[in-house]
Design a protein around this ligand. Structure first.
Ligand SMILES: C[S@@+](CC[C@H](N)C(=O)[O-])C[C@H]1O[C@@H](n2cnc3c(N)ncnc32)[C@H](O)[C@@H]1O
Length: 266
């Protein structure tokens, strides 16, 4: 299902931060609180991007060491500026070339559905962690309560059925609790748990909601950039009509991630 090249989607760190990174930064502390890690441990953050999860680990989990890997050099440079205590390197989440068992925690935020082979990436995460260590991650609930993107694609589809090629609510079946649990179990992890992490998202105007869709970084912004301006305008009007907007113009939406964690077999 996932045959769109992920590396085409990413690159401009500031655009990513405005579109998705800001919400990942909100979810990350909920995720690490749920993981309840021990201090002084060695962490690897796969697909660390601009450093949303790495920054949270660095600030709240008292790591002994923290390594972030990503395929985007632009994102890594941004992350390094945000998290001075961590190391950041170019690397493929599914094939890191790192030694086995060198970490206590292998984590990733919003990455699993963008790697070409999620099962392989999960096996790699499990390989990197010592016996008894933890593998943990989160992904957006694209098909449900990640309402920022859900409203966009639900409004776009009747105007342009081709929009489904960019809709991770359709393209990424792993981003649901059942398949996510099965994926971690399939990677040999034990005591697998899955939970919903929820955050409110407030936009003080439609313009504040819409502007990040024009940044060109991420699935919906890439889709927007590919459109004829007239089609994009029709979609903009349809999204505007569909969004729950208060009398003061404020748009209040839900943002949900599914988080999963498991233990590497002792
Ligand atoms: C949605 S962003 C998430 C970034 C960050 N973890 C966060 O929570 O904001 C997805 C990230 O995965 C990275 N990525 C995609 N495929 C990858 C791969 N095979 N190996 C490593 N990183 C990858 C992208 O470059 C991008 O930074």
């Amino acid at each position: 299902m996932n045959n769109r090249p992920s590396t085409d989607l990413w690159g401009v760190a500031e655009a990513y931060e405005g579109y998705m990174g800001r919400w990942s930064r909100g979810i990350a502390p909920l995720f690490t609180a749920w993981l309840a890690p021990e201090p002084g441990r060695n962490w690897v953050d796969l697909g660390c991007g601009t450093g949303a999860l790495s920054a949270c680990v660095s600030h709240t989990c008292r790591p002994g060491s923290l390594l972030g890997l990503d395929t985007s050099e632009g994102f890594l440079a941004y992350a390094a500026g945000q998290v001075p205590g961590a190391a950041f390197r170019v690397g493929d989440a599914a094939d890191t070339h790192l030694p086995s068992g060198g970490f206590d925690y292998a984590v990733s935020g919003l990455v699993l559905n963008f790697v070409p082979d999620p099962a392989r990436a999960l096996r790699e995460m499990a390989r990197l962690v010592r016996p008894g260590g933890r593998v943990a991650l989160y992904v957006w609930d694209y098909a449900g309560q990640m309402q920022i993107m859900r409203h966009f694609f639900d409004a776009a589809r009747p105007i342009d059925p081709g929009s489904v090629a960019f809709d991770d609510g359709v393209r990424a079946p792993v981003c649901r609790p059942g398949p996510l649990r099965a994926a971690l179990t399939g990677a040999g992890l034990e005591d697998v748990e899955v939970t919903a992490l929820d955050l409110p998202a407030a936009f003080d105007s439609f313009e504040a909601y819409w502007a990040p869709f024009l940044g060109g970084t991420g699935s919906a912004p890439k889709y927007c950039a590919s459109l004829d301006p007239q089609v994009r305008e029709r979609i903009r009007q349809a999204v505007r009509a569909a969004l729950p907007t208060g009398p003061d113009g404020e748009i209040l939406l839900a943002v949900r991630a599914w988080a999963a964690k498991g233990t590497v077999r002792p």
